[in-house]
Design a protein around this ligand. Sequence first.
Ligand code: CU
Length: 640
Amino acid sequence: MFIALFAALTSATAADCRHLPAPPATATAAVPNDNRTRAGVIRDGVLTLRLVARDAAWRPDGPAGCALTVRAFAEEGRSTSIPGPMIRVAVGTEVHVSVRNALATTVWMRGLQDRRPGVLDSVEIAAGASRDFRFTATQAGAWYYWAGAADAHYPTSGANGQLVGALVVDRPKTAGEKPASDRVMVLTRWTPNGTVENRGFQLNALNGRSWPNTERLQYTVGDSVFWHVINASNSTHEMHLHGFYHRLVARGYDVDSLRASTNGIGGMRVTGVLRPGEWNSVAWSPDRAGNWLYHCHLLTHMSGEQHLDRMPGAVATKESHGGAHRASNHAMDDMGGLVIGLDVRPSRVAATTRRADTASRPARTIDIFANTRARWFGEASGYGFVVQEGSVPPALDSIRIPGTPLILTRGEPVRITVHNRLATPISVHWHGIELESYFDGVGGFSGSSNRIAPMIAAGDSFVVRFTPPRAGTFMYHVHGESGKELSSGLYAPLIVVEPGATFDTRTERVVVFADGGPRDGDPIFMNGTATPDTMVLVTGTTYRIRTIYIGADDIYFTTLRGPGGPVTVQLLALDGYDLPAGPPVMTPMRLPTGPGHTRDMLFTPSEPGAYAIDVVRRLNTGGGITTGPTTTMPIRVRAP
Ligand SMILES: [Cu+2]
């Protein structure tokens, strides 16, 4: 079914592109670059490469989609590509690159230098001129090179947004190490006016394409997967892997200071933040077959609006839906941009690693209702997941924001029936839970080629089965859909406790951070309100605070402050994965956090007094600028 739909979509008749200026006759067609081929020639330890920057016609929606005129790199004598030709060398290689500027304007070239901490050079190349770059690559990492305006710290999202290419420097192999089977993903961005603003039309691309025209990566259960993910854009991304944890192996941050950051190295997570200019190298291994996604958790960056034939002003065609389409297939119609699909095949050697406890024990049954209530946010509806308690289903218009917390036990199977009482189809994602692909919650995609999970149609229900293998803090939420159901309430905590343990209401607190409704800029909600009740704590008691972040499009900056300023907490777990044993990780709670993360902390107040959790939006550019109203949860700490 999936194959057929995919084929139908990609073989659609050419889109109507009259709303876009036709590329000039001088523009060459840009091909997508999957970064599997090294550019240039290596001889006697020296890489020689000739690049040219030129106008290009870029079709991020595939060959049948519209073309944008952008600037891009080519290897002299070869096709222009987006991203540009990949420079990939081993540490110690001498690199000789010449760059010819075939554009009509001057550009400033950056990144073609050794990446030891220092100053990033900016080399002016006039229209028609060429410059040579020679360096020895000593600093391993997944860097990139780019060209643009004189004052750009990283690629902008305008005409220069695709004028980038990967510069991967491989560290020497250790003895006996297998050759790396890895992939390089370059994230780029385009907006009509080049702005960093995250509202309005934009197009985010992974290796030069927007979902569903991105590559499909094929793996086998047990493979060692290694990815270099490079954010060559002016926006923060929160890359979320469905179904599996991945380990952060290395990272770098590519602004003037060339600050090397070791923060978080070695940690396991399901969502990784990539600030503008940042790269991450991550490793993981699939232990379950099926279709999985790796995507940005910022809804705008994974939304189906990101196709050139759905741009405002586009002529609506039957194929393009004109942006007004209600999806019948979430995966193919609702999503676009920074999404890549993974096809994991079963292993012939180890036929099953299925956890033995699933079949042998009776499942706990749970009924969840996706409900809506009119005029909850002004004229707009509110939404909520409500778990049935007792024998009677919840009232049709009862909602809870956040939805009813699910408290599950590690190793205990559950059978959850999701009842969709909304007027639109939905799918529900069990974020951070290592479950079977079919239940993962991407309607039209989850599962495998002979059994694809449907969306849950209006009035219909869907049964989800899984056995949580890990205790921790997770969430369940609607998977994108039209975009406003999430910010209007369709999310809830999912907490897994150890066998024999209970959720201790005396010493545990859950704080869910999300948007305060469907309108941009309204105050952030903590536990479903912009005016939270006072949390009362007792001195000398250690509390486990489980924070969950599920805003739609914003990075939130959270502070826990006490009478004497910021308060220090002990970090226990990230994304539901316990930190490795070792000395306690103490940190002041002053944290930027994007959507799709959870964080567990221990807090032991020692002094009575007035404390508070503050949360405010932070601009999605890595710049540290907060914006909009602050939401405060007062905390009163009293003596026992
Ligand atoms: Cu993103």
